[in-house]
Design a binder for this molecule. Structure first.
Ligand code: ZN
Length: 91
């Protein structure tokens, strides 16, 4: 009974895992041959460096190094994007 269980459940599962591992390694090898650009294709959402300031328009925290700064009434404001900076002018 246990031998039957191994033959019909454990063996197919192991084969499936093996196949998946092989396919994945092939895929990753193929992807790495395309060059380092694919590895660097990550959204630049979180940029490090500088201290975090809150965007007064959308509420996102942006680092002072990567944000758009504007001085309004002597106060320096930090925006995540030009759109937010423009919106603040309208408000
Ligand atoms: Zn924003």
């Amino acid at each position: 009974m246990i031998r039957l269980f191994f033959r019909f459940i454990v063996l197919p599962v192991l084969l499936f895992w093996l196949m998946r591992a092989i396919l994945r390694s092939i895929f990753e090898g193929f992807r790495s041959t395309l060059g380092p650009r694919s590895a660097a294709r990550q959204p630049p959402a979180v940029r490090s460096g500088g201290e975090l300031k809150k965007d007064p328009v959308c509420g996102t925290y942006v680092s002072t190094a990567a944000s758009i700064t504007r001085t309004v009434n002597g106060e320096v404001l930090y925006f995540c994007s030009k759109e937010c900076s423009d919106k603040y002018r309208v408000a």
